[in-house]
Design a protein around this ligand. Structure first.
Ligand SMILES: Nc1ncnc2c1ncn2[C@@H]1O[C@H](COP(=O)(O)OP(=O)(O)OP(=O)(O)O)[C@@H](O)[C@H]1O
Length: 744
């Protein structure tokens, strides 16, 4: 029976053609001599193994036929309209790239015809001006600088011989003067060559590029077109080809992922490495927004399950809404994976607070009582009321306790962070313990006297909760950790974490307690630039020691190079440190895609701003963008209402979405920047980026100085999160003076 492999094709098929192409491949996988397939060699091919096959009267599939131990092995490249398919088949070569150590399909142009001419330079469309009166005409335009480092460091000959780039690709890459031009060159190259060019053009050393691609140069002794070499390399491919052999299910899965959800099958070699790597302890994967951290976690969860179906695997994150989205994505990856309740073999997906509540429900009464006493002190009953926001409770506690302290130390936001990061983190139940407790990571210093005064507030806070039989979510997480630490069996064998930058101290306590220390215990994905809640707490304080087990993803799969460069520029000037207290790098991120430059539109008043937003959304929709692919992201709820009202006035359906969900089919999503975490849209407007709205002053006013700068950093991160939700187009609008955080 023939074997089949799929190359990571770039052509998208219409639904009907897609079905026919699938059926063609299914028949081919059973019998390549079946009538109707019409597998034919080409006239004047660049590669004698090139074939086309009949999908229907108008479409043909392009294939290469290899010999594999006496059986045919077909490599499917894609399906195109008849004449285009013939030209593609005649001009492509299946070969092994010796410098990059990978199989690839390269375009060599048709024989006897002029070599492939460079495509006309891509010029991003000039954003049309919004329909607003002249005095309300917005200013716009962001200038993004880019340097093509190939020109300083490389020659065409060296790119060909040392980096394995095709002659035409090397020549055109050297000539690129904009990111858009480079993206076009990359798009025409085999994937590994494209990724290598991207790295080198951004100034990386060749050795680092090869390392990132997992490339093992093969030297020059082998014949790059040898059948046996190619057959073996395709079977072992790390991402650009998928060998499905004679397995019909794998064929369907790989084929379906080509058009949508490529991430389900075709991973970047680095992503694959982190999916498969066996770790000797806690492992951290960092990477900017859109670098595929979530994708790695989903694949890793599956890979751990496949390695041991009896393993109890937890995939967790900051909120219940984000966990729901993880669950949907895992189903898309593989609907056969069992998504189970905590403690059962399979994959449990839940937010950290849900897990904490479950631990409490499962705990024997005596264990729960002891754990509660160890966290909150003796004398507590059941914790029947769970409290979300506690600002008012802290205010009340301050009124009752009347501590002698300066105002900034009595702000609910300061008290809440101190309570979580110091009191709960250290298991403090009495004043004497609080006075001695480690406050590492906290910005504001407190002397003994101040701590004694503060303890009065915390004691009062606890007392009033005791009367109401209530506990906060962080308290419940800390109690759950104490239950697990006290003994009994642990609920999980492997724990995978997304969005860890937002975890609070009690979350970390619980995380460490959920799984025994050891191989493949904790795999933690985080991006410190996206920390928009709470305070950063170093993981090492909770016994989570990364010790050299930390890696960074740099290739952005979501946004265009232009949006990425803009989003990164929002972070410059601010210092970020990660969960290990190391400074976070802002450089090195890249994207292979290109699109329009983001625009910042400032207008005189908020009515004009709504007009600008509405008119931009209309333009997108008239250009064919579906309403559900568009989002308006806002800092304040009043702007959400304004946006919805404005869209409704012109008959564009929209609605305000919360908690990680979207408005749904046929509607523009309007949501707060906070809710947009983890989501993505084709086109995004960040509305209300005026100095009055951003940063939101109430988040830092009145706080001690050190906490103020942390709060400001979170506001900056929030804008970064919002800007990185845009796949293709990003527009930022402001009325009046734009925010200091917006780059123009
Ligand atoms: N190997 C891949 N091939 C194609 N698309 C990919 C690949 N990896 C990731 N993507 C796509 O890139 C986008 C971002 O991926 P993902 O959500 O995993 O990134 P992230 O790093 O978790 O982002 P964020 O931090 O913003 O949540 C998604 O649309 C995802 O499907």
């Amino acid at each position: 029976m023939p074997f089949v492999s799929m190359a990571s094709a770039k052509n998208k098929l219409d639904g009907s053609v897609q079905k026919l192409a699938m059926s063609f491949l299914q028949k081919l996988q059973v019998d390549d001599t079946a009538p109707g397939l019409h597998i034919e060699p080409m006239k004047q091919p660049r590669d004698p193994r090139a074939r086309t096959g009949r999908v229907n009267d108008m479409y043909r599939a392009v294939l290469f036929k290899l010999e594999s131990d006496g059986e045919p092995h077909y490599v499917y490249v894609g399906t195109w309209p008849h004449d285009e398919a013939i030209d593609i088949a005649r001009s492509r070569v299946l070969k092994f790239n010796l410098a990059l150590g990978a199989p690839e399909v390269e375009d060599r142009g048709l024989i006897d015809e002029a070599p492939v001419e460079p495509q006309p330079t891509y010029v991003p469309p000039t954003p049309p001006q919004p329909e607003v009166s002249e005095e309300r005409q917005p200013s716009g335009g962001v200038v993004l600088e880019w340097t093509n480092h190939l020109r300083e460091n490389w020659t065409q000959e060296r790119l060909e011989s040392e980096a394995g780039i095709s002659a035409d690709g090397a020549r055109r890459a050297l000539a690129a003067t904009t990111q858009a031009e480079l993206s076009e060159v990359i798009d025409a190259l085999p994937e590994m060559q494209g990724l290598a060019i991207l790295g080198l053009a951004n100034g990386d050393e060749l050795a680092d590029v090869l390392d990132e691609l997992g490339a093992q140069p093969a030297g020059s002794v082998q014949d790059p077109q040898d059948d046996a070499l190619l057959d073996k390399a395709i079977r072992e491919s790390k991402g650009q080809f998928v060998f499905v052999g004679d397995n019909p299910d794998e064929l369907r899965e790989a084929f379906e992922s080509l058009d949508f959800d490529k991430w389900r099958v075709f991973l970047h070699p680095e992503q694959r490495k982190y999916v498969e790597t066996a770790t000797s302890g806690p492992y951290r994967l960092t990477g900017g927004a859109g670098t595929g951290k979530t994708v790695v976690l989903l694949h890793r969860a599956r890979s751990l399950y496949r390695a041991n179906p009896n393993a109890r695997i937890l995939l967790t994150t900051y909120t219940r809404a984000l966990a729901k989205s993880l669950s949907l994505q895992l189903t898309r990856l593989d609907s056969s994976l069992p998504q189970v309740e905590m403690g059962k073999p399979g994959i449990t997906i839940a937010g950290m607070d849900q897990i904490a509540a479950q631990v409490l429900r499962d705990a024997p009464a005596s264990a729960l009582e002891a754990a509660t006493a160890s966290v909150l002190g003796p004398g507590r009953n059941t914790l029947s009321v769970k409290l979300g926001r506690v600002d008012e409770d802290f205010e009340e506690a301050v009124d009752m306790a009347s501590p002698e302290l300066p105002e900034p130390l009595l702000q609910p936001r300061f008290l809440d962070q101190e309570y979580q990061s110091v009191v709960l983190a250290n298991g403090v139940v009495e004043e004497k313990d609080y006075v001695r407790a480690s406050r590492s990571g906290r910005g504001t210093a407190l002397n003994r006297g101040a701590r004694q005064e503060l303890w009065k507030v915390f004691a009062q806070f606890r007392l009033s909760h005791r009367m109401k039989d209530a506990a906060t979510f962080p308290e419940i997480a800390a109690i759950a950790a104490a239950v697990l630490r006290a003994g009994g069996s642990l609920p999980f064998d492997h724990v995978l974490v997304d969005e860890a930058q937002d975890f609070s101290a009690p979350h970390w306590l619980l995380l460490r307690a959920l799984v025994a220390e050891g191989a493949d215990d904790l795999f933690i994905a985080e991006d410190s630039h996206q920390r928009i809640y709470g305070q950063k707490v170093p993981m090492s304080r909770f016994g989570i020691n990364i010790r050299g087990r930390s890696r960074r993803l740099r290739l952005n799969y979501r946004t265009t190079a232009e949006n990425l460069a803009y989003a990164m520029s929002l972070l410059s000037g601010a210092e970020y440190s990660d969960l290990d207290d190391e400074k976070v790098a802002e450089s090195g991120y890249r994207s292979v895609r290109s699109g329009p430059t983001p625009s910042v539109l400032t207008v005189s008043d908020s009515a004009a701003e709504v007009d600008v937003v509405v008119s931009r959304i209309r333009e997108w929709m008239s250009a064919g963008v579906a309403p559900e692919a568009i989002a308006v992201l806002v800092r304040s709820e009043k702007n959400a209402t304004r946006a919805v009202d404005g869209l409704t006035r012109v008959g564009i359906p929209s609605s305000v979405a919360t908690g990680g969900s979207v408005a749904g089919k046929g509607k523009v999503t309007v949501m707060t920047m906070h809710s947009s975490k983890g989501l993505e849209f084709q086109c995004v407007v960040v509305m209300g980026a005026g100095a009055g709205d951003l940063p939101a002053k109430w988040t830092f006013e009145g706080l001690p100085e050190a906490e103020q700068s942390d709060a400001l950093l979170r506001e900056r991160s929030l804008l970064y999160v919002a800007a990185t939700r845009a796949r293709d187009e990003l527009v930022i609008t402001a009325s009046g003076e734009p925010s200091e955080l917006v780059r123009r």
